[in-house]
Design a protein around this ligand. Structure first.
Ligand code: URA
Length: 178
């Protein structure tokens, strides 16, 4: 993983490396059974070089705690490794240029479960037309792994009514025999 980090840190596959402060590669347990995949780093992540450390991250930590997990139990990474300016949505071309780094991280960790936080990772890993409101929490077997799409923590912070739905989705992770 160290070698992959070094290569990724030197990547100029799209223009986002120019405006970032830090590469946000991924953190956690490199032997984890579960990987959580987000979209792209925000301001705090860019400053601290770690995914999900801002408001969304605090909320994600709370959701993990509720199912008895900490960051040491899982691995967390984003599709996009460099912060898009003003937190705009990453362009499809930027996703295409970056996703191979995440795919290599997944190969190295070889998790049993991949949890996609929000529409963008779910459309990349589960179904190109994935609708979070309709398909959240479904467990999909594919390529020897189990995939689940759920809400992005930032979306829950905008609409707390959906918190209970995300709690229900994540509770299913406890049922999976790992
Ligand atoms: N949102 C994401 O998708 N990823 C982060 O790392 C932080 C916020």
């Amino acid at each position: 993983m160290r070698e992959l980090f070094k290569q990724c840190n030197a990547c100029k596959g799209c223009e986002l490396y120019r405006s970032r402060t830090n590469l946000v590669f991924g953190v956690g347990n490199e032997k984890a059974d579960i990987i959580f995949v987000g979209e792209a780093p925000g301001e705090q992540e860019d400053l601290l070089a770690e995914p999900f450390v801002g408001r969304s991250g605090k909320f994600l930590d709370e959701m993990l705690r509720e199912i008895g997990l900490t960051r040491e139990d899982i691995y967390i990474a984003n599709i996009i490794k460099c912060r898009p300016p003003q937190n705009r949505d990453p362009k499809p071309s930027e996703q295409d240029a970056c996703i191979h780094w995440l795919e290599k991280q997944i190969e190295i960790i070889d998790p049993k479960v991949i949890v996609c936080l929000g529409r963008i990772p779910a459309t990349r890993f589960i179904d190109k037309d994935f609708k979070v409101t309709k398909q959240h929490g479904e467990l999909i077997q594919k390529n020897g792994r189990i995939y689940m799409g759920t809400f992005h923590p930032a979306a829950i912070l905008r609409n707390m009514n959906n918190k209970i739905l995300m709690q229900g989705d994540l509770a299913k992770l406890k049922e999976i025999k790992l």
